[in-house]
Design a protein around this ligand. Structure first.
Ligand code: DAK
Length: 256
C-alpha cells in the first residue's frame, strides 16, 4: 500500500508512502487516498485527520509526471476529475483535516495541502505549482483553492511563474497556518488537540459556513450563517456551553 491510515488516539493519520518517488501521486495512489478518506469518514470517535508524507524530503512531489504522458485527452479529463473528486472529499469529511507539509509540496502535492482545512509546514517545506514549466496548468483544484486562500494576485503570480514558495513566505501570505518549530507530527497532534475540546457539530457548522463564504455573495452567505448558527443554537452542546459559562465550569460537550 502506498497510503497508510493509522490512528493516534482520536486523531487519524494518513501518510503518503512512496518516498522513492517523493510520494508522487499516481492515479492508483489517488484512488487509495480516496478510499482512505472514506474510511476516515466512517471511523468512530475521530476528531481530526492529519495528512503527511513519508520521509523527511517530501510531502508530495505532485502528479506522477511519468504516468501523465501519452494518454488520450479524455483520460486526462477523467484524471483531473478523479483528483478533484478525491481532494473534494476533504470538504465534506465530518472532521477537519490538517496537512503536515514535511518538505516539497509541488503541483498535486500543494493541491492536496490546499484541500485540507489547515496546513502546518516544517521549516524546510517548499510549495509550488510548477505545472506551467511542463506546459500544463494545475488540474487538482489549485487554480480555485489558491486564490481563495492567498488572493487572486498572489495566486496568479505563483501559478504563472511556477516559482517556489518557501515555508516562511507561505506563512506570511497565509498559505500555511503555521511553521512548526519542533517535531512536525507533534505540532500537528498538538494543533488537532483544539478539535478534541469543542462540539464536533459546532465545528462542522463553522467549517461549512466559512467554506460557503468563498462562493456566495455576502447577503446569501449571511443567510447561510444565520441558518447554521441557529442550528448550532438548537444543539444540546450549545445549552451545555452556555450553562457551563454561567456556572463557571468547563463544558462537557457530547457532540449532540
Ligand atoms: N512524478 C514522478 N516521479 C517523481 C516526481 C513526480 N512528480 N517527483 C520526483 N520523482 C522521482 C524522480 O524521478 C526520482 O526518481 P528516480 O529517478 O530516482 O527513479 C525520485 O523521485 C527522486 O527525485 P529527484 O532525484 O528529482 O530528487 P531531487 O531532490 O533532485 O529533486 C524535486 C526534488 C522535487 C525538486 C524534483 O524531484 C522535482 O522537480 N520533481 C517534480 C516536481 C513537479 O514538477 N511535480 C509535478 C507538478 S505538475 C492533470 C493532472 C494533474 C496535474 C495537471 C493536470 N490532468 C490529468 C489533466 C497536476 C500536475 C502536477 O502535479
Amino acid at each position: 500500500m502506498s497510503v497508510e491510515l493509522t490512528r493516534n488516539g482520536d486523531i487519524a493519520v494518513l501518510t503518503l508512502n512512496r518516498p522513492e518517488a517523493l510520494n508522487a501521486l499516481s492515479f492508483a495512489i489517488l484512488r487509495e487516498i480516496g478510499s482512505a478518506f472514506d474510511e476516515v469518514a466512517a471511523m468512530e470517535g475521530i476528531r481530526a485527520l492529519l495528512v503527511t508524507g513519508a520521509g523527511d524530503k517530501a510531502f508530495c512531489a505532485g502528479a506522477d509526471i511519468k504516468e501523465l504522458r501519452h494518454r488520450p485527452l479524455m483520460n486526462q479529463l477523467t484524471g483531473a476529475e478523479l483528483g478533484q473528486a478525491v481532494f473534494a472529499k476533504l470538504d465534506t469529511l465530518p472532521v477537519p483535516s490538517v496537512a503536515l507539509v514535511n518538505g516539497y509540496a509541488f503541483g498535486g502535492g500543494s493541491e492536496l495541502a490546499l484541500a485540507c482545512t489547515f496546513r502546518i509546514a516544517s521549516p524546510n517545506a517548499v510549495f509550488g505549482l510548477p505545472e506551467i514549466k511542463l506546459g500544463l496548468i494545475p488540474g487538482y483544484g489549485g487554480t480555485q483553492r489558491l486564490p481563495r486562500l492567498v488572493g487572486e494576485g498572489r495566486a496568479l503570480e505563483i501559478i504563472m511563474t511556477g516559482r517556489n514558495v518557501k515555508a516562511e513566505e507561505a506563512e506570511r501570505i497565509g498559505l500555511v497556518n503555521a511553521v512548526a518549530e519542533g517535531d512536525l507530527m507533534e505540532a500537528g497532534l498538538d494543533f488537532a488537540g483544539w478539535f478534541t475540546r469543542y462540539s464536533l457539530p459546532a465545528l462542522q457548522f463553522a467549517r461549512r459556513a466559512v467554506q460557503r463564504a468563498g462562493d456566495l455573495p455576502l447577503t446569501e452567505g449571511l443567510r447561510v450563517e444565520a441558518e447554521l448558527s441557529t442550528m448550532a443554537y438548537r444543539m444540546n452542546d450549545a445549552e451545555e456551553g452556555m450553562a457551563a459559562f454561567d456556572e463557571k465550569r468547563k463544558p462537557e460537550f457530547k457532540d449532540a
